[in-house]
Design a protein around this ligand. Structure first.
Ligand code: FAD
Ligand code: DHB
Length: 389
């Protein structure tokens, strides 16, 4: 098979890029290792910036998002006994939308066929060839048969563990990493949220987040040591812990119910500055990871894709190479700012095992300052809704 852009990965980055290219008439194919149902089963992000909802709108794929998404005009930072509301709407004129990553992915998947976007699922043993040359290609196995796709460009949208970044020689790859000494244990359940807006809490027992997917579905997270495994946590124990942290802070208190999903994700900051190598481009989690505090991961993937789609369309439709040459610098300028914000909120809201009484006083003083300063709140709100493209 021959195509203009071979896209590796059918997560949000790969599917968004595929749709944007097809909308502009650029030929492309998406190749995914997993089955579609497996991709949809991964419960991840829940808060969308207007950059991300704007892309769905541009594609004309936002009707369910418009109907079911919850507009959030504010969110809360909290200590054990104090809620600090950040009035995002008043401070920025903008808002975020609560709509799950699984729903974004489903909307993109379901529209693929009618938009003539080919997505090949269950492609095994994918390998990337000749990205340094003029005609790169992919090989993989599908239903036991060897397959090959020749392309002008390869887009690596295959997440942190995918093969694209690994195809860049170590001698030219420049990256930066920070690992945090804890993870987030998450639970999804069909119970009403404890509060009508998100609460990020720094409590004596550690960080906790009260989020939601709808008025009847809640998503909660708590900070856990890296040594904890999901099996160490019964649902009962997790609900008890959430009740301690949120019952007095929230409007309704925590409603318990059977878990639809429970999982632990480690926290990491990572940036691969080499987002282009020859004819290979990286976008989304293949190039960067943010700790989830601040909900930037998926939104950053969307902005990478907006830049990359623009550059690939300019090349294929108008023969203009400037966008491709400038892609990396343009994407990194936004990535580093989102990395900074996620790192800042992570440091402010978590209990680090190495922190002592002084660091706790610093966190308390900073939160007290945020509570009293509109300037601080505006800066936080501006980053939370997402910096402009
Ligand atoms: P991914 O969603 O990882 O998609 C990559 C795709 O590539 C996958 O479908 C994968 O199967 C495929 N792939 C990998 N290898 C191959 C291969 N060899 N061949 C073909 N296909 C391949 N962000 C938030 O904002 N809030 C959160 O709460 C949050 N929680 C998260 C929890 C976890 C466990 C993880 C991993 C991430 C979380 N994120 C969160 C981040 C957010 O989900 C990601 O930023 C987002 O998924 C990035 O999209 P992506 O398409 O770039 O990568
Ligand atoms: C959710 C996840 C986040 O990382 C975040 O900052 C806010 C909300 C969520 O899954 O709902």
């Amino acid at each position: 098979m021959k195509t203009a852009v071979a896209i590796i990965g059918a997560g949000p980055s790969g599917l968004l890029l595929g749709h944007l290219l097809r909308q502009a008439g650029v030929d492309c194919v998406v190749v995914e290792r997993q089955a579609a149902d497996y991709v949809l089963g991964r419960v991840r992000a829940g808060v969308l910036e207007t950059v991300t909802t704007g892309l769905m709108e541009r594609l004309g794929l936002d009707s369910r998002l418009q109907r079911e998404g919850l507009i959030e005009e504010g969110f809360n930072l909290a200590t054990d006994d104090r809620l600090i509301r950040v009035d995002v709407k008043a401070l920025t004129g903008s808002h975020v939308t609560v709509y799950g990553q699984t729903e974004v992915t489903r909307d993109l998947m379901e529209a693929a066929e009618s938009r003539d976007l080919q997505v090949i699922y269950e492609a095994k043993d994918l390998a990337i060839h000749d990205v340094d040359g003029a005609q790169p290609f992919l090989t993989y196995r599908k239903d036991g048969a060897d397959q090959r796709i020749d392309a002008d460009f390869i887009a690596g949208c295959d997440g942190y563990h995918g093969p694209s970044r690994k195809a860049i020689p170590a001698a030219v790859l420049r990256d930066y990493e920070l690992a945090y000494p804890f993870g987030w244990l998450g639970i999804l359940a069909d119970v009403p949220p404890c509060h009508h807006e998100l609460i990020y809490a720094n409590t004596e027992r550690g960080f906790a987040l009260a989020s939601m997917r709808s008025e009847t579905r809640s998503r909660y997270y708590i900070q856990v040591p890296l040594t904890d495994r999901v099996e160490d946590w019964s649902e009962e124990r997790l609900w008890d812990e959430l009740a301690i942290r949120f019952d007095t802070l929230s409007e309704r208190g925590v409603t318990r119910g059977p878990a639809i999903e429970m999982s632990i994700a480690p926290l990491r900051s990572y940036v691969c500055e080499t987002m282009r190598h020859g004819r290979l481009f990286l976008a989304g989690d293949s190039a960067h990871i943010v700790p989830p505090t601040g909900a930037k991961g998926l939104n950053l993937a969307a902005s990478d894709v907006a830049y990359l789609a623009e550059a690939l369309i300019a090349f294929h439709v108008h023969g203009d190479e400037a966008g491709l040459a400038g892609f990396q610098a343009r994407a990194l300028a936004r990535i580093w700012k989102a990395e900074r914000f996620s790192w800042y909120l992570t440091k402010l809201m978590h209990r680090f095992p190495t922190d002592g009484a002084f660091e706790h006083k610093m966190q308390a003083a900073e939160l007290d300052y945020v509570a009293s300063s509109e300037t601080m709140q505006r800066s936080i709100a501006e980053n939370y809704v997402g910096l402009p493209l």
